[in-house]
Design a protein around this ligand. Sequence first.
Ligand code: HEC
Length: 157
Amino acid sequence: MLRTGLVLAILVSASAATAAESVSVKEGLRIATIGGCHDCHTEGFAESGGQVDPAKALMGSHVGFQGPWGTTYPANIRLVLSRMSEDEFVSYGHEVKTRPPMPWFGLHAMTDGELRSIYQYVKSLGAPGEPAPDYVKPGEAPKTPFIVFAPPQMPAN
Ligand code: HEC
């Protein structure tokens, strides 16, 4: 009995390691969840307590983030990826740099397999839809709601 349990434990841990390497839509959803992609790129995600609305998943947001860089909008990732092949996305993921608060360095830290899983997950989501609003330069007035990223002034002591 004990020996069977040990063999099972080894088999289970071996298959878990294999699963972590595999490229799939399911894995893409997992990586997108850990990477926080939906937090910014899926409208209503945070408000719903982490439910992904398939009709809005990764289609970007019209609520901007304003800071010294101007006002940026989480892109419609379905649309961005509809213009590239899986191989192009892997190269893009290693090189992309954007304005804040997009954590582009998180994409740089991903393996090729993780980027491929994200690509396949995004492609499984359906029609690309409309682009997010355009970037607005510092000092110009955005036409949509936005969140101000500015630390409060700390009192002098
Ligand atoms: C904190 C919010 C935030 C998170 C988290 C986030 N993004 Fe973004 N993302 C943005 C914003 C804002 C932009 C637009 C940046 C700009 O206009 O320069 C953007 C842009 C992008 C773009 C388009 C860049 C381009 O070439 O124009 C892609 C692709 C993207 N994000 C993918 C992802 C993926 C994949 C994840 C998860 C691993 C993720 N983002 C997580 C906010 C976020």
